[in-house]
Design a binder for this molecule. Sequence first.
Ligand SMILES: O=C(O)c1ccccc1NCC(=O)[C@H](O)[C@H](O)COP(=O)(O)O
Length: 267
Amino acid sequence: MANRLDEILSHSLLAALARKETADIAAMERQANARTARGFRANLRRVAESGPAVIAECKKASPSKGVIRQQYDPASFARAFEAGGAAAISVLTDEEFFQGSLSHLEAVSAAVNIPVLRKDFIVDPFQVLEAKAAGADAILLIVAAHKNEDLVELAAEAHRWGLDILCETHDREEIERALALGFDTIGVNSRNLKTLTVDPQTLVEMVSYLPENVIRVAESGIAHAEDIERLMAAGYDAFLIGETLMRQPDPGATLALLLDRQYVSEV
Ligand SMILES: O=C(O)c1ccccc1NCC(=O)[C@H](O)[C@H](O)COP(=O)(O)O
């Protein structure tokens, strides 16, 4: 039986191919060429030198939780995240499972000065072009979603467009594959994308496999200032936080509280 990740990947590929069919590729390439990527990796590194580098995520819904936030204005969240001290913004663009959109990415990119990550299930080089044309500075590549040859091809496409890559892993074998392929910004997702269960212990166990020259990003299930402190002490440089922020009445103020090491109550 197909697991959740396989289901999402098949849908993502079909949707991307359908968009590609009707796309004006030349116009998209002109748009992509006109944009200069803001350094995602460099900004994580810069911020992490003096404290936690948070990638604050605009996330309306998810396969595991359904709708997370009814009133959803990603550009205004992104502005508030920037003011609240985010190092970068992540924008979910998958329509089917996350109620995201490329238009969200465009709006966020235009609204902030910090780098923006296209958080999606990238399975075709066309999606990399889409990302750059819509104003992304980085894309996500999920190791579990690909054979090594495909990761190399997609990474080359990202580099062709000047985009940085957040390479996502979940276990030791995936981390070893990511390192062998030369990725230098590596996330460990505490969410198992095949079952959607979150296990915070995964983050603690996996960080020892990531060398210090890599930017180490802890992903998913981060809810409290204490989580960030514990994960920083374990060796993480950066923290991808979605649902905790999105469920709060004022996501930007909540981020500022988290960065000020104040407790955030669960809602
Ligand atoms: O969030 C999900 O349910 C999900 C399901 C399947 C694939 C990916 C999924 N989420 C993407 C992410 O990795 C998170 O949005 C990101 O790490 C932030 O996580 P959180 O802070 O727990 O919202």
